[in-house]
Design a binder for this molecule. Structure first.
Ligand SMILES: NC(=O)c1ccc[n+]([C@@H]2O[C@H](COP(=O)([O-])OP(=O)(O)OC[C@H]3O[C@@H](n4cnc5c(N)ncnc54)[C@H](O)[C@@H]3O)[C@@H](O)[C@H]2O)c1
Length: 388
């Protein structure tokens, strides 16, 4: 098995790819053998960096016999068509979150992967973060018992990063519920380990210049009686990285004295030009070494016999009589757990946790958040017809 590598082809060379790129480039189990993007400068940068072909169409990438796993990192609305294309070509699939924009598309993707006999992993997302895995490993054990109540709080500047028009249009998959709640839901589902039964939520659309959800609060009830409260604001004021020792979401150090940068950059700027200038191939590729693990803000799990707080450096454990920490040293590059899942599935034949059904259920909870806010009532997940 020593010579075995996964031959990855990437569709979509921008922000999502750039965040995963350090792991794909460093992990000895991965070789980047091809890419596809609509932007010539991204293709040129990929070929220069990896010495591999970059196509102007996803079809050409999927047809390249060198490609074994297709990593799809294009905008949400393209996921269903590109994932089914990859499956038709017999390629394994790593599909960015959210899996798709509706549950019918999720089902079509999962069915295409199953029919083709290929593995499907939905990620990266913060449910893969090592502190989440470490805490999930403690939940349910003798010391802590089952998770009863999870509190997750994330405040960012998400809404003021340069966006494509559809990212500011909820009807086309815009707003923080599709792009960000999917992370928080992934984290709390992994920690509780039971299906979500119902959701009650409110959403906030507070900036008329960016008329999509920028904030939400949601109460999730799980089978078995556990609950989770999720709070998110992307309005670029308070920042929960302050609670994480100024380690940012990607595990990189942040300067606590910098405040409001995203909003200032955007003010008066040509937004598409600003976005293009920061994309892979136009800007210097992101390179800062992590000082900790990726995270998605404050997460505290109250279990039957103890509490677990997730940090970028591991897990703080609080029992009735003592407290201690589970230290997880900073990784050389984040997101190795994503490769672990793809490797285990493709090489080891072990079904991934973040499979099509998992990705669909994450999306179902997000759709329930939107529907609960719109209809001002609790939404049972069963109403959304997610489960097979
Ligand atoms: N997991 C994470 O932490 C994370 C972070 C950022 C983005 N993402 C996800 O990655 C996806 C892309 O987001 P982004 O912010 O990088 O978008 P983006 O707009 O910055 O980039 C999209 C890229 O895809 C290319 N593209 C679009 N359609 C294509 C097609 N049909 N064939 C080939 N290339 C195509 C574009 O040219 C562009 O380079 C989204 O689903 C998003 O949710 C995930």
């Amino acid at each position: 098995m020593a010579d075995r590598v996964l031959r990855f082809g990437v569709i979509g060379l921008s922000r999502g790819f750039d965040l995963t790129r350090p792991t794909l480039a460093r992990d000895p189990r991965v070789r980047l053998v091809a890419a596809a993007d609509l932007r010539p400068e991204a293709r040129a940068a990929f070929t220069a960096e990896f010495g591999a072909p970059a196509y102007d169409s996803a079809e050409a990438l999927c047809a390249d016999p060198e490609v074994e796993v297709v990593y799809i990192a294009t905008p949400h609305q393209t996921h269903a068509a590109l994932a089914t294309l990859a499956a038709r070509h017999g390629r394994h699939i790593l599909l960015e979150k959210p899996m798709a924009l509706d549950l019918a598309a999720c089902r079509a993707i999962a069915a295409a992967a199953e029919a083709a006999g290929v593995q499907l992993v939905v990620g990266p997302s913060h449910g893969f973060d090592p502190p989440v895995a470490a805490a999930a490993g403690l939940v349910g054990g003798a010391a802590f018992g089952a998770a009863r109540m999870v509190t997750a709080v994330t405040f960012t500047d998400f809404l003021y990063r340069p966006r494509r028009p559809e990212e500011l249009d909820s009807a086309r998959g815009g707003g923080v519920v599709f792009s960000q709640a999917v992370h928080q839901v992934d984290v709390v589902r992994r920690l509780v380990g039971r299906p979500v039964r119902s959701v009650r939520a409110a959403t906030g659309v507070w900036d008329t210049a960016r008329p999509t959800e920028g904030a939400y609060q949601a109460f999730l009830a799980f089978d078995g009686g556990a609950s989770a409260s999720l709070t998110y604001s992307g309005y670029g004021r308070y920042d929960t990285d302050a609670l994480m020792g100024w380690t940012g979401e990607t595990g990189a150090a942040r300067d606590p004295d910098v405040h409001g940068l995203a909003r200032r950059r955007l003010a008066g700027a040509d937004e598409p030009a600003l976005k293009a200038a920061r994309a892979y191939g136009a800007a210097a590729a992101s390179a800062s070494a992590p000082v900790g693990h990726e995270h998605f803000g404050f997460v505290l799990v109250a279990c039957e016999r103890g509490d677990l707080r997730l940090t970028p450096h591991g897990v703080e454990a609080y029992g009735p009589d003592s407290r201690w920490t589970v230290d997880l040293p900073p990784p050389a590059a984040t997101r190795h757990a994503v490769i672990d899942e793809v490797w285990d599935a493709v090489v080891g034949g072990r079904p991934p946790l973040h499979d099509g059904a998992w990705g669909a259920e994450n999306l179902a909870v997000c759709l329930a958040i939107l529907r609960s806010a719109a209809e001002d009532r609790e939404i049972a997940i069963a109403e959304l017809e997610t489960r097979p």
